[in-house]
Write a new protein. Structure first.
Lengths: 158, 170
């Protein structure tokens, strides 16, 4: 989808958050010279085209006390990768799930998922429960908890 | 008997810190329900209130309070990062006593936007973005030459998850 100038101005206005008022789209519209109806219709189109992945309340999990973050990497036989990847990706507790290449001999793991929790014990418990419920006992995995953050820069669209 | 002032302060500070994280049932429900999506209507907060069985004024008050305390980053879009080019996740195995120095060298590349430690033999993880594959390969090579350590290049092959926000019940 090609973004029009009006789409860009709209994204620039809403990417930091909607105004917390009864009619947020009316206010956004007044800033960019569009009607409330037009703003809603454009947001709907940007969602349908995938540029807006979702509109919602965006929480900071660190501030909510979810400070433990584990990357769990699995060495899945290639023929079972799609099945296991899709099942893990659909679990409530899994926030990201990707296939990445193996780099043998140092790195045999080809499936990566991210699990957040309030502390390491709870995250490890969640992982144990996943291994149980998804019958992954025969899939080698390892858990990499995050430590210091050296650099973090958020993505912006416009 | 009076309590020394500094101890009272400590206690208050502690209690306030705990209070920030304590959400009531309505607040939890609000966060859980509406991370996934907002009603795309002229009055999203009134619609949210209706589905929660409360008032628009209270929903706005809660959202404002949680935004002020930092729990809510924003009520708005999660936007697909602009992909003008290519990116990869990379990792390095660095001896502990050199980790900070190597991390600084990696962070200094403008092509790196996330760079963090993980508890593993591969203890430095970072995301590199570049306009094209040859530029990306050049950066990774340069990192190896500059630091003297090998880079594990782990680009995304296939995504398996659906982004529905952050699960608060795990």
């Amino acid at each position: 989808m090609v973004l029009s100038e009006q789409d860009r101005r709209l994204i620039a206005e809403i990417q930091e958050g909607l105004p917390l008022t009864s009619h947020p789209y009316l206010e956004i519209g007044s800033r960019i010279g569009a009607s409330e109806e037009d703003v809603i219709e454009r947001i709907g189109r940007l969602q349908a085209s995938g540029i807006i992945k979702r509109m919602g309340i965006v929480v900071r999990h660190h501030e909510l006390g979810y400070t433990a973050n584990a990357m769990v990497v699995w060495d899945v036989p290639d023929e079972r990768l799609d099945d296991i990847g899709m099942r893990l990706g659909n679990q409530d507790c899994v926030t990201l799930c990707y296939q990445r290449p193996r780099r043998l001999p140092d790195w045999p793991y080809n499936l990566f998922c991210m699990i957040h929790g309030q502390n390491k014990e709870r995250v490890l418990h969640t992982i144990d429960a996943l291994v149980d419920s998804q019958k992954l006992g025969d899939i080698p995995h390892k858990v990499l908890f995050s430590g210091r953050r050296f650099k973090q820069r958020g993505a912006r669209y416009v | 008997m009076s309590t020394p002032a500094h101890i009272i302060d400590q206690n208050l500070g502690h209690r306030e810190e705990k209070l920030e994280l304590q959400l009531n049932d309505l607040e939890k429900k609000l966060l859980n329900e509406f991370q996934k999506g907002l009603p795309l209507s002229p009055t999203p907060f009134a619609d949210m209130a209706r589905s929660l069985g409360t008032s628009e004024a209270l929903v706005l008050k809660i959202v404002k309070r949680l935004q002020k305390s930092g729990v809510i980053s924003r009520v708005g879009p999660v936007i697909k990062p602009k992909r003008i080019g290519t990116s990869t996740l990379a990792a390095m195995a660095i001896p502990e006593d050199q980790l900070e120095a190597v991390a600084d060298a990696i962070s200094a590349y403008p092509e790196v936007n996330h760079n963090y430690e993980r508890e593993d033999q591969f203890n430095l993880w970072f995301v590199v973005t570049a306009p094209d594959q040859s530029h990306l390969d050049k950066i990774l090579k340069d990192m190896e030459l500059r630091t003297g350590y090998q880079v594990l290049n782990l680009p995304l092959v296939k995504p398996y998850h659906i982004d529905l926000g952050f699960p608060l019940w795990c």
